[in-house]
Design a protein around this ligand. Structure first.
Ligand code: ADP
Ligand code: MG
Length: 402
């Protein structure tokens, strides 16, 4: 069923509660990357342009002990939002109380209010203990935040896989809940790949561990037409097939599972035929080796050129491609070719929905300059994996259907 989007709401004169994802990286109180703030602007602007009053809030980092509240002070984010928006942002550095309530009540059309890090509610300063009111969806808190506004817009995908007071809790206490434009895009692309992928549907999986991605691999064996595997994960599968993977990273306790998955996949899983190997985990020039020719001290740190050719063939004509997990240690310049190669393959596909999900793969694609050459880069790591698994995400389920 199609979800209600912010553009389906009549926001004129309404106080619109907007849950955004402003969980930006910071160093000593300075924002090091404001991509997430910029990404939330269309939804906020839409509300303001429609004559609504925007009440914006987000989590920032984790709050487990009292010191975390000062450490994750969201004040710089409110300042940056004001600069980017070009509109005054009234910032109340509290998550509740009369000052906040008065500010919300006196907001005029086209004005913006932002309040404190929602996760400050995870710690009770009076009794000095962790209470997780936000993160465990304390019903009173969701009801309280809902009382500050009229309608609710969820635009935070990164936390959509967990029920919190600031998504599910608010939604339960307002008349109308819609998705923001960012969440809309996640639903369109990842939701589209899960529910109704155009075929051929090819998945590419890489990254550190099989164990992180068992659920996704199992779901993709059911759904996708092909699953191409790279990253350190490839060595668990290759070892499961009886190959010598040398000193490469693999998971001993997942060999049986890898065997099972290969059987279940019945030819859908495509494994690398060569790799770049080194004798140490370092950014030194690697040697190209076929996967059946490893010496005991060879450590595979990237997929090789023959594998990229093989993947190119497998991707020919694909209409949906989902990619999660880098193909190699892309942080090392000597071992980023596989990941660049896959970016390039995706960028060159015609008429295909190309989707990148996952923290490191998304960062890699952005860092390597491919952000605008694919259909969608997901803003959620854990959330995108759970969504791909076909699980219902509470932060999406709580949005009204159209
Ligand atoms: P994502 O966040 O996209 O889901 P992961 O967190 O699973 O990805 O994995 C990313 C990490 O995997 C990167 O830090 C990368 O260096 C590492 N990695 C990829 N290939 C290898 C390899 N062959 N050996 C060791 N580490 C690898
Ligand atoms: Mg990661």
């Amino acid at each position: 069923m199609a979800k209600k989007i912010v553009s389906d709401l009549n926001v004129k004169g309404k106080k619109v509660l907007i849950r955004v994802d402003f969980n930006v990286p910071m160093k000593n109180g300075v924002i090091t990357d404001d991509t997430r703030i910029k990404a939330a602007l269309p939804t906020i602007k839409y509300v303001l342009d429609g004559g609504g009053k925007a009440i914006v809030f987000s989590h920032l980092g984790r709050v487990k002990v009292a010191e975390d509240i000062a450490k994750n002070d969201i004040t710089p984010v409110a300042k940056r939002l004001e600069e980017l928006l070009g509109v005054k942002v009234k910032f109340i550095n509290k998550t509740r109380g009369k000052e906040l309530e008065d500010a919300a009540a006196s907001l005029k059309d086209g004005e913006v209010l932002m309040f404190a890090n929602t996760r400050n509610e995870d710690f009770d300063l009076v009794n000095n203990k962790e209470v997780k009111k936000e993160s465990k969806n304390d019903p009173e808190l969701g009801e309280y935040w809902a009382s500050l506004g009229d309608v609710f817009v969820n635009d935070a995908f990164g936390t959509a896989h967990r029920a919190a007071a600031s998504n599910v809790g608010i939604a339960a206490n307002v008349k109308e809940t819609a998705a923001g434009f960012l969440l809309e895009k996640e639903i369109k692309f990842i939701g589209g790949a899960v529910d109704n992928p155009k075929r051929p549907y090819v998945a590419i999986l890489g990254g550190a561990k099989v164990s992180d991605k068992i659920g996704v691999i199992e779901a993709l064996i059911e759904k996708a037409d092909k699953i191409l595997i790279g990253g350190a994960m490839m060595f668990t599968f290759l070892k499961a097939q009886g190959l010598n993977v040398g000193a490469s990273k693999f998971e001993e306790d997942k060999l049986d599972l890898a065997k099972e998955l290969l059987t279940k996949a019945n030819g859908k899983i495509v494994l690398p035929v060569d790799a770049l190997v080194a004798k140490e985990f370092a950014d030194v020039k690697g040697l190209e080796k076929d996967v059946d020719k490893f010496d005991n001290d060879d450590m595979g740190l990237d997929i090789g050129p023959k594998t990229l050719d093989l993947f190119a063939k497998e991707l020919q004509g694909a209409k949906t491609v989902v990619w999660n997990g880098p193909m190699g240690v892309f942080e090392f310049e000597n071992y980023n070719k596989g990941t660049i190669g896959v970016c390039e393959l995706l960028a060159n596909l015609k008429d295909a929905a190309t989707i990148i999900g996952g923290g490191d793969s998304a960062a890699a694609a952005e860092q390597l300059g491919y952000a605008n050459k694919v259909s969608h880069i997901s803003t959620g790591g854990g959330a995108s994996l759970e969504y791909l698994e076909g699980k219902e995400l509470p932060g999406i389920a709580c949005v009204d259907n159209k």
